[in-house]
Design a protein around this ligand. Structure first.
Ligand code: PGA
Length: 249
């Protein structure tokens, strides 16, 4: 199996002004995250300040983007606009965007390749609701979301996408998936990529997300198919976030 570099990404959601983002990144300065890829996913208005304040070891990601290169889409931002300000990647298809803003698998099918073409690393979020898990529909949901989201990504670039498995019932609830649940679902996402290309399946990084905290990160990050975490609440405090990145080493 290829060695995959662990990837810890903090998803700030609608938290932190530009000044607060700067203060957070200054607080991280001087820490070394050797051997771990670390990113903060920040609101649009803080991207520029975050990029300026981030040390070499911390990447800056956006939290969404539009699939079109430009056009009459009031309020939206394109991949080229993000890469112009030096942004490294973008979270796509977070369950909150799917739930509250009507983000569809069809749009994601265009967003993921558009991000790659603009030089951004996409983090494609997938995950089942509590009802879907209870009904035994977890794999069906993940299969649809992963296959649709990656449909138009050329096979040669599949491994560049990051998949975040985030069970919706674990997001912001304090209810974390068991290690068995996290391992099983992350392995399943990897296998779906492996169906397209064995090599890509081996190389693609799959994060777990949903109430990951300093206290449970090490156990989750030690799982064979969990290559990192997408962290919401616990990414808002530099010490907690750094402790999770440490646990990934
Ligand atoms: P949480 O959020 O860590 O607060 O559960 C995770 C996410 O939504 O990415």
């Amino acid at each position: 199996m290829s060695r995959r570099t662990p990837f810890i990404a903090g998803n700030w959601k609608m938290h932190k002004t530009a000044a607060e983002a700067e203060a957070f990144l200054q607080a991280l300065a001087g820490r070394s995250f050797d051997g771990v890829d670390v990113a903060v996913c920040v609101p649009f208005t803080a991207l520029w300040a975050a990029k300026r304040a981030a040390g070499a070891g911390v990447a800056v990601y956006a939290q969404t983007m539009h699939e079109a290169p430009d056009g009459a889409f009031t309020g939206e931002v394109s991949a080229a606009m993000l890469s112009e300000v030096g942004i490294d990647g973008v979270v796509l298809g977070h369950s909150e965007r799917r739930q509250f803003f009507g983000e569809s698998d069809k749009a994601l099918q265009r967003k993921v390749p558009a991000a790659l073409e603009a030089g951004l690393t996409p983090i494609l979020c997938v995950g089942e609701s509590e009802e879907e898990r209870d009904r035994g529909d977890t794999e069906r949901k993940l299969r649809t979301q992963v296959q649709e989201g990656l449909h138009d990504v050329p096979t040669a670039r599949l491994h560049e996408v990051v998949i975040a498995y985030e069970p919706i019932w674990a997001i912001g609830t304090g209810k974390v998936a068991t290690p068995e649940q996290a391992q099983e679902a992350c392995a399943f996402c990897r296998a779906l990529v492996g169906d397209r290309s064995r090599e890509a399946g081996d190389r693609v990084r799959v994060q777990y997300g949903g109430s990951m905290k300093p206290g449970n990160a090490a156990e989750l990050l030690a799982l064979p198919d969990v290559d990192g975490g997408l962290i919401g609440g616990a990414s808002l405090e530099p010490d907690d976030f750094a402790a999770i990145a440490e646990a990934a080493k």
